[in-house]
Design a binder for this molecule. Structure first.
Ligand code: DON
Length: 555
């Protein structure tokens, strides 16, 4: 009798698991570069899980897409641990050095000094990336660092082919990169970026990575490498000390959770604004039956939701260790209901009527995101960044590594926009040891359909892209359709609706203008990396944004 009961239970159990929890049986990786996707596959082949693959992909990206991320940068990893269903975020965001101060990027008249928070060693926060990788590897991985760093070391030593997107980044950052002899030798030839197809070799970085593989990241924060980094940064005028490095901790955090149309949205918590903003916007949209509305009204409402999520980002969000972030209030559906009362179907709400703020500049296109799923159902959504392309562009000679310029993600003065045009207030002011507010939005969406792993670079544009991807997935679109879909964006300030040409018909542009939106067509943006699992068919799908050069593999 008992055996029959057990048998029944075994038969029923898998079906009783939530759709998103079933083991997919195959693995998938989507990243911004084919060699990074392949590095993750190599880790899986060596017996690694999704977390090992995430370490391998991250390290490889830092070598082959060095404009997007680096060991002297930071980021966040959203993990799903299949064995116990737990979701957790590894916060590897940089911190302000202890000697940093609120007005450090202002002159004696209180005005921002141009380029100081982006192009100097003062722009560099204390790196979180190595601590994040160490935590990911040691707590969740099955392999050793030696194994997961292997592809990155090989790529740094043996090189990879220069490609047009990277060469364009080098050209853009030429002045900064050429301040270092080593960076010049790696990236430039006669003052020009290495020609397309030339082999890019990074011998110093290979040596640094070999050492890290052998000695672990302890060396980075407390050992010989720490001493070399501090000496170099101080020589360049930066503020890092040995105590700053030794005191750095990657933090495990609970993700932000929201609910929309029967789906659960799991995303990045502060010090990223991503999860809160995403859930807030979805809560606003939950008050409308979007599927029943005409296309242009639907887009108008999505834009109004984006406007409000970015307003709250600017006003309330910062590092929860230093500022009181009203998380529960902002993700409460009742709060969203209040926001909805100011939305009209026929008129754009002027941002100035929500809150006074100055105009701002456009966004850059750097940072990187990857998504990983393994056959057991472990998942990683990782978004890592040096901030601007190649960070500050300043190389720490002898290490092959570039300094981040993440300090620009602080609000250097209330109302003064950062390089992505984002404004902020006291909640995101510079203070010793504080983590600067981020927009990165590594996210899982789970529902009856199965689940999606998603994220993108794009500075202020990131959260809106993840919002659109979430709506698209819930509307039944495939991974390929989601990454390719044309985009619209609003970030509260500047009070402008940005759009990719294919996102709106001429009639829609006219109709939105008539509602009072200031319209700006922009070059395409983003580099979305998506994996989907279909619970009904068991099919895993993966796609890399056609705007980039990345690839997605299913194994
Ligand atoms: O953390 C942030 O929000 C920014 N440092 C991300 C920068 C970024 O995505 C640049 N990409 N275009």
């Amino acid at each position: 009798m008992n055996r029959i009961l057990l048998l029944c239970l075994l038969l029923v159990l898998p079906a009783a698991l939530p759709a998103a929890e079933r083991a997919p049986g195959v693995a998938a990786i989507a990243s911004a570069h084919p060699l990074a996707t392949e590095a993750g596959h190599e880790a899986l082949r060596a017996g690694g899980n999704a977390f090992d693959a995430a370490v391998a992909v991250s390290a490889a990206l830092m070598v082959v897409e060095p404009s997007g991320s680096g060991f002297l940068g930071g980021g966040m990893y959203l993990l799903h641990h299949a064995a116990d269903g737990r979701n957790v975020v590894i916060d590897a965001r940089e911190t302000a050095p202890a000697a940093a101060s609120r007005d450090m990027f202002l002159d004696s008249d209180g005005n921002p000094v141009r380029g100081m928070s982006t192009n100097t060693a003062l722009a560099a926060g204390i790196p979180g990336e190595p601590a994040g990788l160490a935590l990911l590897q040691s707590r969740y991985g099955r392999l050793t660092l030696r194994e997961t760093l292997k592809p990155a070391i090989r790529l740094a030593r043996e090189g990879f082919e220069m490609y047009p997107r990277l060469a364009a980044g080098v050209a853009f950052k030429r002045a900064q990169l050429s301040k270092s002899k080593e960076a010049t030798a790696i990236w430039l030839r006669n003052g020009e970026p290495l020609p397309i197809g030339a082999r890019v070799k990074q011998p110093q970085l290979a040596r640094t990575l070999e050492r890290l593989a052998k000695e672990g990241f302890e060396d980075f924060y407390r050992g010989r490498l720490a001493r070399a980094l501090v000496a170099a940064v101080q020589k360049m005028g930066g503020l890092w000390t040995l105590e700053d490095l030794a005191g750095y901790q990657a933090i495990e955090r609970e993700p932000i959770i929201g609910y929309y149309r029967g789906a659960t949205v799991i995303s990045a918590p502060p010090p990223s604004a991503g999860g809160i903003a995403l859930v807030e916007a979805l809560n606003v949209l939950a008050g409308y039956d979007l599927a029943k509305l005409d296309g242009v009204t639907r887009k108008h409402l999505i834009i109004e939701a984006m406007r409000r999520m970015h307003r709250d980002r600017a006003l309330y969000l910062g590092d929860p260790a230093f500022t009181d972030v009203p998380v529960q209030r902002l993700i409460d559906p009742d709060y969203a209901a209040g926001l909805r009362t100011s939305i009209r179907y026929d008129r754009a709400t002027p941002s100035s009527s929500l809150e006074d703020a100055p105009d701002a500049a456009a966004a850059g296109m750097n940072t990187t995101h990857f998504s990983v799923l393994d056959a057991a159902g472990n998942r990683v959504a990782g978004t890592i960044t040096l901030n601007a392309g190649f960070g500050s562009g300043l190389m720490v000679d002898g290490t092959g590594m570039l300094l981040n310029n993440q300090m620009d993600d602080f609000s250097i003065k209330p109302g003064v926009p950062n390089i992505y045009g984002l404004i902020g207030a006291a909640a995101n002011a510079i203070a010793p040891g504080t983590r600067m507010l981020s927009s990165i939005t590594p996210t899982f969406v789970e529902g009856e359909r199965g689940h999606m792993i998603v994220g993108s670079p794009g500075g202020s544009l990131i959260t809106g892209m993840v919002l659109l991807a979430t709506l698209d997935w819930l509307d039944g679109r495939s991974a390929e359709q989601i990454v390719a879909a044309p985009r619209i964006h609003h970030q509260y300030q500047p009070d402008v609706l940005s759009y990719e040409r294919a996102a709106l018909t001429l009639e829609e542009v006219a109709s939105l203008k008539q509602r009072g939106h200031e319209m700006r067509e922009r070059e395409s943006w983003g580099n979305l990396q998506v994996i989907t699992f279909d619970a009904a068919t068991g099919k895993v799908d993966a796609a890399s944004d056609p705007r980039g050069v990345g690839t997605a593999g299913i194994y």
